[in-house]
Design a protein around this ligand. Sequence first.
Ligand code: TXA
Ligand code: MG
Length: 359
Amino acid sequence: MKTRYAVLREEDIDSTIIEEAGRILREGGLVAFPTETVYGLGGDALQAASSRKIYEAKGRPSDNPLIVHICRMEDLPAIVEEIPRQALILAGAFWPGPLTMIFHKSELVPPETTGGLSTVAVRFPSNKIAMALIDAAGGYVAAPSANRSGRPSPTLARYCKEDLDGRVDMILDGGEVGIGLESTIIDLTTDRPMILRPGYITEAMLEDLLGPVSVDNAVLDPSSGQAPKAPGMKYRHYAPRGILTIVDGDERSRAAYINRETQKARKEGKRVGVICTDETAGLYAADLVRSAGTLRDIRTIARNLFRILREFDDADLPVLYAEAFPEEGLGAAVMNRLRKAAGQRIVRADGQSGQETLF
Ligand code: TXA
Ligand code: MG
């Protein structure tokens, strides 16, 4: 299949291109498109065959449900059984935006889209290209992140092309995304709302409006061995080509540990990469040292993380270290993704010696 590639600007959207992309989706084809979180791989959510194609293009297990994207609040009732009061409150505050809510699904949504579940995940994105595309497609676009399964979610159209060229009908390039991590997922079908995936909309922001919310235990404690409630969270999101280890501890101990391990690896002829921050980049002497952003604004780190992980893959470094980032607020989402990339491999560097404790 030949993949068409079109560049669009959010401020001045070319309607001919959107009409063409909408037609492709209505006819059962696939279009990769920008959202404010990451690029999505869209298909018509109401056509079982489109959802099957999405799984095939991504190389994704078909028990992993898709998020249905809408572009109007009025389109929600048709795909869900009921709209809890809490959903209206959250929609009022965060839609359009980076929040996905889980509802009981209506008959209209085929089981192929929800991985066989009786619930459906719904999101109303704020990116204007995404909204125009969903509208042109008829209102309901199923879209996982537009990466091949096992790769980081794409924050640039170039990465969609890398992963999906020849496997989808069209890629819409709307530039670099603003947030860089996938949406927060909250389940509203349980007695107490439960966060299934942390994201830009933080636990504190949700609790401000809803009162107490819980967090899926498998997210809080990945070593618990419990199955996550969002089926996709059980998959190792991204396995870098090199072995990635997260190093926690104070700034000096971390640097001492990483620098010592770097020397060891170099003696074995292995090249080393380090992911750090603007504030700490000067402490390292590895082969590739990349700052993800500044500790003064965790949003910068969220935005760059997936791109940097891809850059490290391109550089083909066998040994990788990442500093642990502070876990407050959006930091919880950043560390959730980083831990998955590291296959939960974290060491704590303690004291000046940078002694290692695996946990
Ligand atoms: O920001 C985002 O949400 C991006 C953009 C493209 O919108 N999409 C995205 O989709 O991250 P994906 O497929 O990569 O992640 C969807 C997650 C998976 O972990 C999946 O298991 C979970 O949502 N999910 C979907 N439907 C669900 C349901 N009914 N119950 C529980 N989890 C669900
Ligand atoms: Mg994904």
